[in-house]
Design a protein around this ligand. Structure first.
Ligand code: SF4
Ligand code: SF4
Length: 323
């Protein structure tokens, strides 16, 4: 906690670095490349109680008291992950559907990004999917290491409210120039590029292409790629009841799981991993573009690094571009 604020920051747990709330006396672990898991769980928790209910002689009583979002700071987010919040906003805060649980947490959380002046992994490809390694997109404050000092930029009014925590700040043209140099160097250093913007028209006309038989053979349906992904957002809603009391919970789900689309009749419209992998690719590079004019991938490379059988979305996109 910092004052009344709950602070989420990267912390080291055994061999992993994860975003977690800081306890009293805890220090963030800033010597990290990127976190194992994406920070989407701050706004869209792995498991979340949506409401409580009680059966009474007069009928059901409902309580939404559980929907409480603390004033929070999410500190040290990499720009690709901050970009993912912009993409998740398009879904959870759209005109025809407003998800109050997500929106309350987004509104009450100030996002402080830490620029990637050295893009961390060979699997990073943010610049291919509308991102930049030094960018305030999706953040309220951007911190950039300009060699010895950090340049602090307040990108939104919400960010400016935290200015007192940073002491006295002043405009500095030399620091701006160093940041521009760092940004150009970082852009050059992003190791991977993929033709992400070329494949939408190809996907539009290749739903039944035999190519879809070639991706999934090794896939274990473990769902890791979707759980670590900052933009994946499938969920399931279930009730847990004990006696007269119950809770309704929302939990992450995965389009990679065989049961994800299984219907009560036993029919499964995505009956094999082929259909599931086609859905994952289509969702990120076609359906999201159709719905929101945005690719639902931020190029963080987590799925590439975490897949136990080395299925690589960069190769899939490159292969599709040649169809
Ligand atoms: S992480 Fe790899 S094996 Fe697991 S579901 Fe994703 S593609 Fe399949
Ligand atoms: S699909 Fe892979 S590279 Fe793209 S945002 Fe998700 S985890 Fe990152």
């Amino acid at each position: 906690m910092a004052g009344d604020l709950l602070v989420w920051a990267p912390v080291k747990k055994e061999d992993n670095v994860l975003f977690a709330p800081l306890g009293a006396g805890d220090e963030p672990f800033l010597a990290y490349l990127n976190t194992k898991n994406a920070p989407k769980n701050v706004f869209f928790p792995h498991t979340e109680t949506l409401m409580k209910f009680t059966r009474t002689p007069k009928g059901m009583e409902f309580s939404s008291e559980v929907n409480k979002a603390d004033q929070s700071v999410l500190f040290g987010v990499r720009p690709c992950d901050a970009h993912s919040f912009v993409l998740l906003d398009k879904l959870f805060d759209q005109e025809k559907y407003k998800d109050g649980y997500y929106i309350d947490k987004r509104k009450n959380t100030t996002v402080i990004s830490l620029a990637c002046v050295k893009p961390p992994y060979a699997s990073c490809f943010c610049t291919s999917v509308d991102g930049e390694p030094v960018s305030a997109d999706g953040a309220d404050i951007l911190l950039t290491d300009i060699g010895g000092d950090y340049l602090v930029e307040f990108a939104t009014e919400k960010g400016e409210k935290l200015a007192p925590y940073f002491g006295e700040t002043k405009a500095d043209a030399a620091a701006d120039a160093k940041k521009a140099e760092a940004a150009a160097r970082a852009r050059e250093a992003v190791a991977s590029t993929i033709p992400a913007h070329e494949i939408k028209p190809i996907l539009d006309v290749n739903f039944d292409n035999p190519f879809w038989n070639t991706i999934h053979g090794k896939c274990l349906a473990c769902g890791t790629c979707t759980y670590v992904c900052p933009t994946c957002h499938c969920f399931d809603i279930s009730d847990e009841v004990k006696g007269s009391d119950g809770i309704r919970i929302r939990s992450w789900d995965s389009c990679m799981f065989p049961l994800f689309t299984k219907e009560t009749s036993g029919h499964n419209p995505r009956s094999s991993q082929k259909e599931r992998w086609r859905q994952r690719t289509m969702h990120k590079f076609k359906y999201y573009v159709d719905m929101f004019n945005a690719i639902a991938c931020v190029g963080c490379g987590r799925c590439v690094m975490s897949c136990p059988v080395n299925i690589d979305i960069r190769k899939i996109v490159a292969d599709i571009s040649k169809l």
